[in-house]
Design a protein around this ligand. Structure first.
Ligand SMILES: [Zn+2]
Length: 313
């Protein structure tokens, strides 16, 4: 079994490694309030035992888990939602209105992903997706608000990475739970306290205009920190927002200029590795590529889908 790895971030927020694919790739978050718990993002089915172990350490009974909140329905964020809803009998699932039907009936989600990864690889990575009773699902529109044991959480619609993506504003921590909308920043790539951040332009919803607006919306909340699913907390958001905006533009330019998908992939790879090296990062090119391989693949695929759609218009 995987080992539980977590760290406290202050404001009763805990970052947990979901152990998806490799350590340090994907996290989820526990918020504790008055002996109750809410989880933001879930990892996959295989993350569930880790979350149970953490609750035990914190002496929070499974009955006191009030909310399961995937930021969007991509499976590294929501793949374990059905399993957690089984384990936590009093929990309510909060999800973007565009994602709800796939939580009630995940068969299309599973079929789609199995087609991409192959059935056996899907099972290995995610297990079987578990349907969730409609009665236990709350759809959060833009501006929706809950009071979790007195703690106010506000949901904002943030398309661009995915149409079914919201972010959550937590007044208590002056923080944002951003899923994939505020980019990806792996801890290994942080140099002198400065994270290296980039937009995961994954298939099939990538939309640069929407995404740039979503970043503006996030910045307009005047939050002081963001809790990224990939991976951990970042602060001093302004320069990070600027880098994200710039890289969304650069990625779309590279997509337009590259004569083929293979060329695009090698251009994205070269761009990211050159940029990271210019920060003074001392990791070898080989190690950098290991860290980024999956993202480079998804970024390329997402840009290709976007380019096809935008040229078909
Ligand atoms: Zn995603």
């Amino acid at each position: 079994m995987e080992q539980l790895k977590y760290h406290q971030l202050g404001h009763k927020i805990c970052c947990i490694d979901t152990q998806y694919i490799r350590p340090g790739l994907a996290s989820c978050y526990l918020i504790e309030q008055n002996g109750h718990a809410a989880f933001i993002d879930t990892g996959t089915n295989f993350t569930a035992p880790l979350l149970l172990e953490l609750l035990k350490i914190k002496q929070i009974p499974p009955e006191n888990v009030d909310f399961i909140i995937p930021t969007h329905i991509h499976l590294d964020h929501a793949g374990g939602a059905g399993k957690l809803m089984q384990l936590f009998p009093n929990a309510q699932l909060i999800i973007h209105p565009r994602g709800a039907r796939h939580m009630i009936d995940p068969s299309r989600l599973q079929a789609g992903a199995s087609a991409v990864y192959g059935e056996s690889e899907f099972k290995k990575q995610y297990g079987d997706l578990i349907p969730i009773d409609e009665q236990r699902i709350t759809e959060a529109d833009d501006g929706f608000r809950i009071h979790f044991q007195g703690r106010e959480l506000t949901f904002i619609d943030t398309p661009g990475h995915a149409k079914h993506h919201f972010c959550i504003v937590d007044k208590t921590s002056k923080g944002l739970f951003t899923g994939d909308t505020f980019g990806v920043a792996y801890p290994e790539l942080t140099v002198n306290g400065q994270p290296f951040i980039f937009p995961p332009t994954s298939p099939i919803d990538f939309n640069p205009e929407d995404w740039l607006k979503s970043i503006d919306t996030l910045m307009a909340t005047h939050s002081e920190r963001a809790y990224l699913t990939h991976f951990g907390m970042v602060e001093n958001l302004k320069p990070l927002a600027d880098s994200l905006r710039q890289r969304i533009q650069i990625f779309t330019e590279l997509a337009k200029q590259s004569p083929s998908k293979d060329a695009l992939e090698s251009n994205i790879k070269k761009y990211l590795i050159d940029e990271i090296k210019s920060t003074g990062c001392l990791l070898s090119e080989e190690n950098l590529f290991k860290i980024l391989a999956l993202d480079i693949d998804l970024i390329t695929q997402g840009l290709s889908v976007w380019l096809e759609k935008s040229t078909a218009k």
